[in-house]
Design a protein around this ligand. Sequence first.
Ligand SMILES: NC(=O)c1ccc[n+]([C@@H]2O[C@H](COP(=O)([O-])OP(=O)(O)OC[C@H]3O[C@@H](n4cnc5c(N)ncnc54)[C@H](OP(=O)(O)O)[C@@H]3O)[C@@H](O)[C@H]2O)c1
Length: 422
Amino acid sequence: MPDTKRQHDMVVWGATGVAGRLVAEFLTEQYDPDALTLAIGGRNEERLEALAADLTVGAEWDDVPILLGDATDPKSLREIAASTAVVCTTVGPYTTYGTPLVEACIDARTDYCDLTGEVNWIRETVDRFHDAAVEAETRIVHSCGFDSVPADIGTALVQSFARETFGVPCEAVRIYLEDGSGGVSGGTLASFGELFEAASEDPVVRRTLVNPYSLAPPGERKGVDPGEQRWPRKDPLRDEWTAPSPMAPINERIVRRSNALLGYPWGREFRCSEVVPTGRGLRGAATAGAVAGGLGLFSAVMSVGPLRSGIRKYVFPDPGEGPTSEETEQGYFTVRVLGRGTTDDDPFTVEAQFGADWGPGYGATARMLGETGMCLREDDTDSPLSGGVLTPAAAIGTPLADRLRAVGFTATVGEATGMGDE
Ligand SMILES: NC(=O)c1ccc[n+]([C@@H]2O[C@H](COP(=O)([O-])OP(=O)(O)OC[C@H]3O[C@@H](n4cnc5c(N)ncnc54)[C@H](OP(=O)(O)O)[C@@H]3O)[C@@H](O)[C@H]2O)c1
């Protein structure tokens, strides 16, 4: 946290983009200027002014200040970071644009949160900036949107309930992307393309994507967890089929990093996996096969340079294009987290459910990032950590679930009964 009073409580950096605009709209609708001093930042003055004018319509805000800068101009980023207590950034791909802002925030001792799902870039910031962020007592919190808040905070809810109720944490959690509907923007697909690009060029990135513990602290990048499910599989806890989850590579690593950052409260042998449930019987098996085949084919195609370039150029929408505000408001999602533990030789199962009636990648993500920023601003956390390159569960923990419930999310936790034996 900054040790001096700043001009702004929070800056939404990248406010002219699809996600950034939704974050700014959410914050100005949810909070009034007495509760939050907010500024919006970006590189295009005209578009920022138009957005600032829109944000004041029908809201209690007379004015939303504008901060101009450029992600490639470190001086402008240092000025922005020094003017605020918290930066919420949606300027991606983060591999391309993210690093100078992380550096600027650590220099200025400004807390930071983002929406990155780029495992390779998180690994870079962990290796380059974790120690400096600890030293500066500055929280750099990655992956504060749909990846990876439901998985990470859902796991934190499960483990906190298990420890309070049974006196021990769960040895394993399984995350199910149950249901959802919502759009994908050009910005997200550009970030996805950047990840494949980096993997094609850099062996460290390839190793990062293969090692399930690649986001753990250096020296702790080994463990019992085998990593993502890659094939259709009958679920060990529920009587149905499951397919690989496209978000497992980021979500599972973030959850493992949370455990490591917090000092392994869930055990050194803690395991986590994320899957997409596809139903029972032949139809469930066929759907799981189709999802696994589709993901495998997509990865194979994106791994071939000329095909990747063609898809990025002709198939993906351009950055800045995205779901309409109607689509972001109309979507929904449900993520379930099942934790399995044992106490006095008796197995128990804990279930958390996390969901919302907004599109997961935009309407819901904007609220998740905005509320993460508010937790940082108000120091509303149950975390012992005051700095570092962190995850939502390690930086904030279950208070984020409380805040999200208060703005309309479902976040429940309790004992699950009648689960099958593993
Ligand atoms: N975790 C999740 O669930 C989740 C969900 C949604 C998005 N995301 C991630 O969030 C990021 C943004 O997504 P999006 O859909 O909002 O993308 P977008 O619409 O393309 O927005 C990108 C923003 O970055 C700004 N920008 C680009 N280059 C810049 C530079 N050199 N200096 C300053 N600003 C610059 C753009 O400004 P201009 O308007 O001036 O071009 C725009 O404001 C992506 O990395 C995406 O993967 C994650």
